[in-house]
Design a protein around this ligand. Structure first.
Ligand SMILES: NC(=O)c1ccc[n+]([C@@H]2O[C@H](COP(=O)([O-])OP(=O)(O)OC[C@H]3O[C@@H](n4cnc5c(N)ncnc54)[C@H](O)[C@@H]3O)[C@@H](O)[C@H]2O)c1
Length: 371
């Protein structure tokens, strides 16, 4: 039987470039259009992936005039996520956007409202909800293997002084980009976050503070949830603190615990007895995907290994084809993606509240809900 197909446009060809192949190979995608500000970048990607000239753009506004396109995948600069998302939704396009959803609570609320008003899907492309580690641990938690959950810890420690990141990152407040640390931990706990207390620690260089006025080198937050005695302790940093990049979670239960590896490829550890420790390899997850894109979830599949987010992000653990697939399947089947507008707002706004708490000397902030 003929598969239902949608047409999709990708805006932004840094991180976004990784998704051209995923959509081109996807059995439910017909046309793939691309857009970036720099013409030569668009032309190079078009030549590499066989995209015809009529599907190449250097402005989002022009791309949105193409009535053939059902959906837009945004991988543009963070300060523009809100503006670009609202433009796409108002143009009647299903919209997926790289993290974070927005930079303020109001922006996130507006996107939830607009996606409902337009009856179009909004998805935040949270890669960590599809890493092989998250899928491995979540399955074991759902099967009851951890026993009673007792405590979670997560962190996203990335030193953005690596050359090549765009200017807007300079001095970025850590928990305004909290979703990689929060989304997987929230989903493992499976409860609504209620409040957060966050403390700032250390200080970034003065010249790095002028844009966002956040002085902290590191931020440590404790999240409290509805209907559970389990708390999450989460750490974020972006500048002037030295360590290899890590986007990690640890899960502690009464029967089993999981700790993320300390350094890249040193091995995750599972504990199942008093003094046992087993280094585990979380399996590749391509078998969960349509066969045409399954191999893209394998460890070696990252296309542009020179991009900063892959040098520091370790290839995001096979998550890219899953995020693209979740968006496409939701549109084709009339369902919601895992990180729909309400979940995206939950993860993003919880981080914004943690940032507010840090700036107010650890005041407890109650987290608004969107469901
Ligand atoms: N693991 C993850 O989820 C992950 C990893 C890397 C990056 N990201 C996110 O992806 C986004 C992009 O990051 P990046 O590192 O690729 O940045 P980048 O600067 O390398 O790329 C941005 C791209 O957006 C394009 N663009 C921006 N404004 C545009 C406009 N108005 N019209 C057309 N094109 C426009 C630029 O031309 C460029 O191609 C950021 O939001 C970042 O947070 C997420």
């Amino acid at each position: 039987m003929e598969q239902k197909k949608i047409n999709i446009g990708i805006v932004g060809l840094g991180f976004g470039k990784e998704f051209i192949n995923i959509y081109k190979l996807h059995p439910n995608v017909g046309k793939v259009a691309i857009c970036a500000r720099t013409k030569s970048k668009v032309e190079a990607a078009a030549a590499e992936h066989g995209i015809p000239a009529e599907l190449c753009y250097t402005s989002i506004e022009d791309m949105l005039k193409n009535d053939d396109l059902d959906a837009i995948h945004l991988a543009t600069d963070i300060p523009d996520h809100y503006k670009h998302t609202m433009m796409c939704l108002k143009a009647g396009k299903h919209t997926a956007c790289a993290v974070p959803m927005g930079m303020t609570i109001q922006e996130c609320a507006d996107i939830v409202n607009e996606s409902q008003k337009q009856n179009k899907i909004y998805m935040m492309l949270e890669t960590h909800l599809f890493t092989r580690e998250f899928l491995y641990v979540k399955k074991l938690v759902d099967e009851g293997k951890f026993g009673k959950l007792q405590f979670l810890r997560s962190d996203h420690m990335q030193n953005m002084t690596l050359p090549g990141w765009p200017d807007y990152w300079l001095g970025y407040p850590p928990f305004l980009y909290g979703t990689h640390a929060l989304a997987p931990a929230f989903e493992i706990i499976g409860k609504q976050p209620l409040s957060v207390v966050c403390h700032g620690s250390g200080a970034i260089k003065k010249e790095r503070q002028s844009r966002y006025h956040c002085p902290f080198a590191a931020e440590s937050a404790t999240f409290f949830f509805e209907d559970t005695d389990v708390i999450l302790e989460s750490t974020r940093w972006l500048y002037d603190t030295i360590r290899q990049c890590r986007e990690a979670f640890d899960v502690y239960g009464s029967k089993m615990s999981f700790e993320w590896q300390m350094t890249e490829d040193s091995g995750h550890v599972v504990y199942t007895n008093l003094e046992d420790a087993e280094v585990v390899d979380c399996p590749d997850t391509g078998y969960l995907l349509p066969p045409e894109i399954g191999k893209l979830a394998n460890r070696e599949a990252v296309e542009d290994k020179t991009h900063q987010s892959f040098i520091q992000g370790g290839g995001h653990s096979g998550s890219h084809p899953h995020t693209g697939n979740d968006f496409v399947q939701a549109i084709v089947n009339g369902t919601q993606p895992k990180s729909d507008a309400i979940h995206s707002a939950k993860y993003t706004v919880a981080g914004i509240c943690a940032q507010q708490s840090a700036m107010r000397d650890g005041e407890r902030i109650y987290i608004p809900r969107f469901d």
